[in-house]
Design a protein around this ligand. Structure first.
Ligand code: FAD
Ligand code: DHB
Length: 401
């Protein structure tokens, strides 16, 4: 099989890249090791930055998100048993976030791929990359017991943190930066109407808790826990009791209880790969970088990467320009490091850790009081949370650009 761009992985990064390339007239093939059902039902992130919403709308993928997504103009911080609202829209000139599950974005992307007959292969095995440092790279995989080779011009490694693409970059070229946090998140989905219109990030001496939602009838909640937490030790009652303790506040607000339909533990890690390109291999999304979820940046960074990569590939094919491809890694890493810092800052401020000294505890409380009382500090938090605007668009003469 021959294509222009071979894409490994059908998460948000790979699926959106495929769509953005197709609408600019660039041929591509996506190979994914999981089943379609698995990808469509994998519950993960939920907060879309303004730039992500704009990207999906511009690509003609926004209809269901506009109908079902919940637009939020602020968030709350809860500490010392008091709630403090950060008015993000007021502080950022009207920008907002949209709460819309990652798996809904993935479903919309797969539906669009079906409609436009994109080449998207699920349940593949033995994916391997070849000759990425040459002008004729290829991707090999097995599907239904038959081995296949995709000959291509470029390979996009969109296969997440545990994928194989990053390993194609030689160890003496690849630099990695990493921090593993001594805690994790226990996340639940519950059939319960959200009892608050906005997200609540709570700092409590027993640990962090987050109140979020997926729809007018589904609440999403998280509790800080041990990285090796045993889910069997968490009955539904224990989860609700712990949530109520950590969200305790002076006005008696609490999440409404309901049937818990999903439970999982998410580890917390910061990780960056430099460079994000090697020869004709371009890494995007979690394949290149991971953030702890506190800043809600993971999926948004994946979208920003593939937006950049699709523009760069369109410049190559439609204008014979390589400059954007040459700058891809450096351009992405600017945004990546800002998001890394913000996620690290939010994570440290909101999570007590067993190794915090009383001095560090006091610093965290001081920081929480500062961001909720100083307009300058609140604005810095808000502009990072809603997401920094994209750089002005390079002019690309594409078919549908
Ligand atoms: P992924 O979504 O990981 O997609 C990569 C795809 O590649 C997968 O479908 C995978 O099956 C496939 N793949 C892997 N290896 C191969 C291979 N060898 N061959 C073919 N295909 C392969 N972010 C938030 O902002 N908030 C959250 O609450 C949140 N929760 C998370 C919970 C978990 C458990 C995880 C892992 C991440 C979470 N994130 C969260 C981060 C966010 O979901 C990711 O940043 C986002 O999924 C990145 O998209 P991606 O397409 O780069 O990678
Ligand atoms: C959600 C996840 C996050 O990591 C976050 O910071 C806010 C909300 C969510 O899943 O809804």
């Amino acid at each position: 099989m021959r294509t222009q761009v071979a894409i490994v992985g059908a998460g948000p990064a790979g699926l959106l890249l495929s769509h953005l390339l197709r609408i600019q007239g660039i041929d591509c093939v996506v190979v994914e090791m999981r089943s379609r059902e698995y990808c469509e039902n994998r519950v993960r992130a939920g907060v879309l930055e303004q730039g992500t919403v704009d990207t999906l709308n511009e690509a003609g993928l926004g209809e269901r998100m506009r109908n079902e997504g919940l637009v939020h103009h602020g968030i709350e911080l809860l500490f010392d048993r008091r709630r403090h609202r950060i008015d993000m829209s007021k502080l950022t000139g009207g920008r907002a976030i949209t709460v819309y599950g990652q798996h809904e974005v993935v479903r919309d992307l797969i539906a669009a791929a079906d409609t436009h007959h994109h080449k998207l292969y699920f349940d593949v095995t033995d994916v391997s990359l070849h000759d990425v440092k040459t002008d004729h790279p290829s991707v090999r995989y097995t599907h239904d017991g038959v081995e296949h080779t995709i000959e291509c011009d470029y390979v996009a490694g969109c296969d997440g943190f545990h994928g194989i693409s990053r390993q194609a970059i030689p160890a003496d070229v690849l630099r990695t930066y990493e921090r593993v946090y001594p805690y994790a998140w226990l996340g639940i989905l519950a059939d319960a109407a959200p009892s608050c219109d906005e997200l609540v990030y709570a700092h409590h001496e027993r640990g962090f808790a987050l109140f979020s939602m997926r729809s007018p009838t589904v609440t999403r909640l998280y509790l800080q826990c041990q990285p090796d937490e045993n889910l069997d030790a968490w009955s539904d009652d224990r989860i609700w009791n712990e949530l109520e303790t950590r969200f305790e506040n002076d006005v008696g607000w609490k999440p409404t209880r309901g049937k818990i339909t999903q439970k999982s533990v998410t580890p917390m890690r910061s990780f960056v790969t430099e460079p994000m390109q090697y020869g004709r291999l371009f890494l995007a999304g979690d394949a290149a970088h991971i953030v702890p979820p506190t800043g809600a940046k993971g999926m948004n960074l994946a979208v920003a990467d593939v937006r950049m990569l699709s523009r760069a590939l369109a410049a190559r094919y439609n204008e014979s320009r390589d400059d954007l491809l040459d700058r891809y890694s450096a351009d992405c890493l600017e945004r990546v490091w800002r998001a890394e810092h913000f996620s690290y800052f939010m994570t440290n401020m909101l999570h007590p850790s067993f190794d915090d000294t009383p001095f560090v505890n006091r610093l965290k409380m001081s920081e929480l009081k500062y961001v909720s009382s100083s307009e300058a500090a609140a604005r810095a938090l808000a502009e990072n949370y809603v997401g920094l605007p994209f750089a002005p668009e390079p002019r690309v003469l594409g078919k549908a650009a």
